[in-house]
Design a protein around this ligand. Sequence first.
Ligand SMILES: C[S@@+](CC[C@H](N)C(=O)[O-])C[C@H]1O[C@@H](n2cnc3c(N)ncnc32)[C@H](O)[C@@H]1O
Length: 194
Amino acid sequence: MQTVYRGVRFLKNPFDIGLYLQLLSRLKPKTVIEICCRFGGSALWFADMMRCHGIEHPHVIALDIAPEVDFADPRIMVIQGDAAALGNSLPDTLLATLPRPWLVVEDSSHFYHHSMATLEFFHNRLDVGDYIVVEDGIVEHLSGENYRQYQNGPNRAVADFLAKEGTHYSVDTELCDFYGTNATYNPNGWLRRK
Ligand SMILES: C[S@@+](CC[C@H](N)C(=O)[O-])C[C@H]1O[C@@H](n2cnc3c(N)ncnc32)[C@H](O)[C@@H]1O
């Protein structure tokens, strides 16, 4: 959690940085929508890595209820918004301007209702081949009283969502298990829209 990228805090697990690189290499997303961005380090990293993967004009949407982004980058649109009400800050008129394929990253509060709200919001907005990654299901396995407050939110949301809409998604087990079985902070959380 002390990682910085180009001097900006960047809150990703090192295995997941490697896994996102595999996905970027394969998917070459033209848009990354990050729910949520905090300091913007990951948004900056995504924008740079997309450029490295040949995306000439990367689009990164970096949303947060309280963004703490103190730099400006023409590739990154910082939006203040609530994961529980994404339609208010991500209108379909805006989404329609974002080139495909999309990579959506759900990295908000780790509470069930926010993970589920994000999955449900994007469900009918994803195209075949787009990805949505639900981060930090690992909180279930982390020791420390602090993590119990999440009540296994991300993993439960993924499981409940897939129980309902699973025919429309595949869990990308190649990514989940790339470094060992679910050796990721996002166990079974790398979802591809079918
Ligand atoms: C783990 S941080 C995001 C880290 C960032 N994605 C990264 O990798 O560097 C979680 C963020 O979720 C935001 N957040 C929490 N609840 C939220 C909500 N209801 N709506 C939007 N953002 C929320 C917090 O403000 C915090 O910045």
